[in-house]
Design a protein around this ligand. Structure first.
Ligand code: MLT
Length: 264
């Protein structure tokens, strides 16, 4: 499994495929890791080089101190530089989307396209920030398991968790294996991230916005509002999916991404 030292952190990434048509870089959600993109690595790597990185502290990347969302965007930029990638298509789910927007604001010149899945541009509301603080206190005191307990029902609908126990188990395993310290740092980073709504109108690369029709964290109306602010963007609503559309409905998501990439 490849790793690189980036900005004093050991960063792990998975990759598949050769750069025939271009490179697609996938950024995971919270509190997960690159394993959430397994179906995309398999399906999209027939003509694209597909890379899924673990953010610092997550998955197989090394432990790290506190960080900001902007720092995760800087890490992503350094990774792209170290791998000598040409213009890339950047895809982010939820927290990965927050990083992708921070990246697009700072490093627009190195982007060929943007894919925003189950995510939003708005900062946390005051209630949202207070909830982050509560979760930080819980994870610091009791570890990752209560966070996994609280998150599972938000990531996928209850019915999906019941009918697809393997998917629910995979998500739970990813969350429970994430270091408490990393969860705490990521919660603080998300709490403190700036609102990015104003920059949406400046995005000049082709953009795909996608969302599950039952997403409880970033619902379709949030995705639609983001799509309406990004000039020329495309919107796809995935049926029968909560917040984890790439894992819940991989065929629909892969088809939408493949169609988007084919037009670049
Ligand atoms: C995620 O899926 O990355 C998180 O739910 C995002 C968030 O908590 O804001």
């Amino acid at each position: 499994m490849p790793t690189l030292t980036i900005n004093n952190a050991t960063i792990h990434y998975a990759e598949q495929g050769r750069d025939k048509a271009g490179t697609l870089l996938l950024l995971h959600g919270f509190p997960l890791h690159s394993g959430m993109w397994e179906a995309q690595l398999d399906a999209l790597s027939t003509s694209w080089r597909v890379i899924a990185a673990d953010f610092r502290g997550f998955g197989r990347s090394g432990e790290t101190g506190p960080f900001t969302i902007e720092q995760l965007a800087d890490d992503t930029h350094t990774l792209i530089g170290q791998l000598k990638l040409d213009k890339i298509v950047l895809a982010g789910l939820s927290m990965g989307g927050y990083v992708a927007l921070a990246y697009a604001k700072k490093y627009a010149q190195s982007l060929r396209g943007l894919i925003m899945l189950d995510t939003k541009a708005e900062a946390d509301s005051p209630e949202g920030k207070a909830n982050r603080d509560r979760m930080i206190a819980i994870v610091n005191e009791k570890g990752s398991k209560p966070i996994a307990d609280a998150m599972l029902g938000k990531l996928i609908p209850e019915e999906t968790a019941r009918n697809r126990p393997h998917l629910a188990r995979t998500l739970r395993d990813m969350m429970e294996s994430t270091r408490p310290q990393t969860i705490s740092h990521a919660l603080a980073a998300m709490r403190d991230r700036p609102d990015q709504t104003d920059m949406l109108g400046d995005i000049a690369v082709p953009t795909l916005v996608g969302v599950g029709d039952q997403d409880a964290i970033t619902p379709p109306e949030v995705a639609r509002a983001m799509h309406e602010k990004i000039p020329g963007s495309h919107l796809r609503i995935f049926t029968g999916s909560g917040h984890m559309s790439p894992m819940e409905q991989p065929s629909q998501v892969n088809a939408a991404i493949a169609e988007f990439l084919a037009k670049l």
